[in-house]
Design a protein around this ligand. Structure first.
Ligand SMILES: [Zn+2]
Length: 67
């Protein structure tokens, strides 16, 4: 289960997301802005919370908010 080829990478912190780690599937476009059914990205749960915070500041592209 720890094969790096099968463990997804978090696009925000660029670290692996183990299957047993808290994680969340995030809509790149907020559902309130018509993103329902749109592209999603798997993030660590904590990164998802950070992403939501950044979305509030109108960063639409995930590559803009990497740290
Ligand atoms: Zn992360």
């Amino acid at each position: 289960m720890s094969d790096p080829k099968t463990v997804p990478l978090c696009p925000l912190c660029r670290r692996p997301i183990p299957a047993d780690a808290p994680q969340s599937l995030h809509h790149l476009i907020p559902k309130l802005k018509g993103g329902k059914g749109g592209p999603t990205v798997l993030l660590h749960h904590i990164c998802g919370l950070m992403y939501q915070t950044h979305q509030a500041f109108q960063y639409p592209v995930i590559s803009d908010i990497r740290w």
